[in-house]
Design a protein around this ligand. Structure first.
Ligand SMILES: Nc1ncnc2c1ncn2[C@@H]1O[C@H](COP(=O)(O)OP(=O)(O)OC[C@H]2O[C@@H]([n+]3cccc(C(=O)O)c3)[C@H](O)[C@@H]2O)[C@@H](O)[C@H]1O
Ligand SMILES: Nc1ncnc2c1ncn2[C@@H]1O[C@H](COP(=O)(O)OP(=O)(O)OP(=O)(O)O)[C@@H](O)[C@H]1O
Ligand SMILES: [Mg+2]
Length: 259
């Protein structure tokens, strides 16, 4: 991959898609992580800093201070409009209103946080006649490692054809702060969550595994080539297959033959 040309191509994509949508600007959730930092940099290059709104949405007692600082640093360096919306009270209102909710249900609660962030981004997009710029990368999309209608609920996916390792490479090229590039990727949906621990494999390895599968290798050959354990192979393949639905629009019950 020629990372510099890939950057130009993504910038053009953002410009074209925004124009096609008939708007001038975009809204981006800026977490303090690398995916949203890179997306913000690319969107500013495409649309201009005055047309990008960054929104940081921390959760009390969960979002680390370094994320708040890193998100602010991204916005400051880019000179974009930047807002902070604390999601803690929205989350509490949801959980207090759902009789069966439980603080211990980290899976449902974690995905709810991603969906609250999505709703907040669309609130601003509606209000400002802008689109929501997605931050999903190729690794996350192939694995379905995102919340359906949460961080997956966006208008465009500019970095969706870049593996996570390529996201790092492009971020270094653009001069994104080193601490953001080297920080362990995490969705921060529950305490101590990290992507690589939840996935049971490093991004370095899973990216190479996915690339081999896309080249037509069998999971077994890809596993042997990379020296993965059979548990790693099976869990990645299972994740891909279980999440294929996230890459499609909801299936419609077709009634054509009855007309
Ligand atoms: N075959 C099928 N056809 C149609 N729909 C199907 C389906 N199977 C499940 N579903 C639906 O999908 C739901 C499950 O999907 P979903 O709600 O997304 O939930 P799920 O995939 O179980 O969880 C999301 C995963 O993404 C991770 N994540 C989330 C957000 C950000 C990041 C990050 O890296 O930043 C990572 C998170 O840690 C977790 O592992 C089911 O409850 C069901 O409604
Ligand atoms: N605290 C937050 N404030 C604003 N947006 C958030 C927050 N947490 C998550 N998001 C949104 O959800 C997206 C998905 O999170 P994800 O963790 O995959 O990306 P990231 O934080 O940018 O990078 P990394 O994967 O390296 O942590 C983010 O890119 C961002 O757009
Ligand atoms: Mg993150």
């Amino acid at each position: 991959m020629d990372i510099s040309k890939a950057k130009d191509s993504i910038v053009e994509f953002i410009r074209d898609k925004t124009k096609e949508a008939g708007v001038k600007g975009a809204v981006i959730g800026i977490s303090g992580g690398i995916d949203s930092a890179l997306t913000a940099y690319l969107t500013v290059e495409a649309l201009g800093k005055e047309n990008v709104l960054g929104i940081h949405m921390p959760e009390l007692n969960l979002t680390p201070a370094e994320d708040v600082l890193d998100a602010t640093e991204v916005a400051d360096r880019l000179g974009i409009e930047f807002k902070t919306v604390d999601i803690s009270e929205i989350l509490s209102a949801y959980l207090n209103s759902i009789p069966e909710s439980s603080a211990s249900n980290s899976h449902s609660n974690g995905n709810l946080k991603a969906r609250i962030r999505m709703s907040t981004l669309y609130y601003y997009a509606n209000m400002m006649s802008r689109t929501v710029m997605g931050t999903g990368n190729k690794t996350e999309i192939l694995l379905g490692y995102f919340t359906k209608y949460g961080d997956g609920g966006v208008d465009f996916e500019p970095i969706g054809d870049l593996y996570k390792t390529e996201v790092k490479e492009m971020s270094a090229l653009l001069g994104i702060p080193e601490e953001i590039i080297t920080k362990a990727p995490s969705a921060r949906l529950w305490a101590d969550q990290t992507d690589e621990e939840e996935l049971g494999i490093t991004y370095e390895l899973v990216d190479r595994f996915l690339a081999l599968l896309l080249e037509g290798e069998t999971p077994q050959v890809a596993q042997n080539t990379l020296g993965l354990t059979s548990t790693q192979r099976d869990s990645v393949v299972k994740r891909i297959n279980a999440n294929l639905h996230k890459q499609k629009a909801p299936a419609i019950a077709e009634l054509r033959s009855l007309r």
